[in-house]
Design a protein around this ligand. Structure first.
Ligand code: SF4
Length: 390
């Protein structure tokens, strides 16, 4: 797909079959596409002139017709705990975010799928900005490419194993052992399934052996619950699925996650179990943000356990990250621990997410919210239909 800023084809937006067609249009054989992908995704090369095993004429053609252009970095924030957050430019007045979270056994990159979001979840910083636009496939893939370059991964490994378990850990600024990008989660700004048309090709490039070659279990798509698109996704790909649940009943969930008015919990859970059956997946991760006095009581934990027990489900309890202007507060740690214990007692696997990057603008959307032009579209609480790209 052509980016609006250039008439050259941004190759970061082309999954292998499309890249093969593009290369064929230039009069070259399909294997040239695989060579190109090797340069782009294994070696991180962005300059056609340096792709030494491609014919000179072909390189000259590419320089005229194509480009490898990741999003532009506006600002980088680094946390004392090693978390790094990039503010990236979409257009002259619009920005979105990407976050890298290094841990001892993995490095998770959280990427965005839209600039802003129309779904208006009441606890979400991104929601305050409303919706600006969908990111293109190239902008989604370009985040991973950019992060790997920024983290110095391509320079330390030019073989096909750059993302594999054999990658050597390095020392991060935190002093923690920092790993390469081993996991990618579509959990940044936006609702990925509302940008289905651009997200699915991006997933293909992440999983392709000739692309980033990530295992399906290391790529997670997180949705607030666009039920028809979950069924569609099950037919298209097999990445891990996470769902923003945040409440154990429809009354509360409709207040926190307005899309619930259209697709209530029972419908959503049915779609989740279908996804797991269809994809032979292990389990769905249910994200549950802990809001003080709102959704964090032991009775609510028991209600949630009754919904999920006996199903392939695990719950990730997320301590709320307050942002300016929010009416919510973070549940105290003992309350979160009690909630987790009730879930486990009720037969549901539950973990508490470690808070990271608290000394930077850690809540998703916070950094972008400070700089973007707020000319936005808001569906607000009157959600009856969400603009979804098919
Ligand atoms: S939580 Fe996700 S779906 Fe809801 S408004 Fe925020 S970015 Fe959008």
């Amino acid at each position: 797909m052509n980016d609006s800023l250039s008439c050259r084809e941004n190759l970061l937006g082309l999954p292998r079959p499309q890249l093969e067609s593009f290369v064929a249009d230039l009069g070259s054989k399909p294997f040239r596409a695989r060579q190109l992908m090797n340069w782009i995704y294994k070696r991180g090369e962005g300059d056609f002139a340096s792709m030494s095993d491609l014919a000179k004429d072909f390189r000259a053609q590419l320089a005229v017709r194509a480009e490898i252009r990741p999003p532009e970095v506006v600002k980088v924030q680094s946390s004392a705990d090693g978390t790094r957050k990039w503010l990236l430019r979409a257009d002259s007045s619009q920005a979105f975010e990407m976050v890298f979270i290094p841990e001892t056994d993995r490095g998770t990159l959280c990427i965005s799928s839209q600039v802003g979001c129309a779904l208006d979840c009441s606890f979400c910083s991104t929601a305050q900005q409303g919706f600006n636009r969908n990111l293109t496939t190239a902008e989604i893939v370009g985040q991973v490419w950019l992060a790997k370059r920024e983290l110095g991964e391509f320079s330390t490994a030019d073989s096909v194993d750059v993302l594999g378990d054999s990658h050597s850990p390095r020392s991060g600024s935190s002093g923690l052992r920092e790993r390469a990008v081993s996991n990618v989660v579509l959990m940044g700004m936006g609702e990925p399934l509302a940008n289905f048309r651009n997200v699915v090709p991006a997933l293909r490039i992440l999983l392709d052996d000739f692309g980033f070659d990530l295992s399906r279990r290391r790529v997670t798509l997180s949705t607030s619950g666009l039920v028809p698109q979950i069924y569609k996704l099950a037919a298209e790909t097999n990445v891990a699925l996470a769902v923003s649940l945040h409440a154990p009943n429809d009354e509360l969930r409709s207040e926190l996650v307005p899309i619930n008015r259209k697709h209530p919990i029972a419908e959503l859970l049915e779609a989740c179990w279908h996804y797991i059956d269809e994809q032979n997946g292990r389990s769905v991760t249910f994200e549950y943000v802990m809001l003080d006095g709102v959704n964090d009581s032991p009775a609510q934990a028991r209600q949630l356990a009754r919904l999920l027990a006996g199903h392939p489900a695990k719950v990730n309890l997320i301590p709320f990250n307050p942002f300016p202007g929010t009416r919510y507060g973070r549940s105290p740690l003992p309350v979160i621990q009690r909630f987790r214990d009730e879930l486990i007692k009720g037969g549901v696997l539950a973990t508490i997410r470690k808070t990271r990057g608290e000394d930077i603008d850690a809540a998703c959307g916070q950094l972008a919210g400070k700089v973007i032009d707020r000319t936005t579209v808001r569906l607000g609480s009157k959600i009856i239909g969400v603009a979804v790209s098919q």
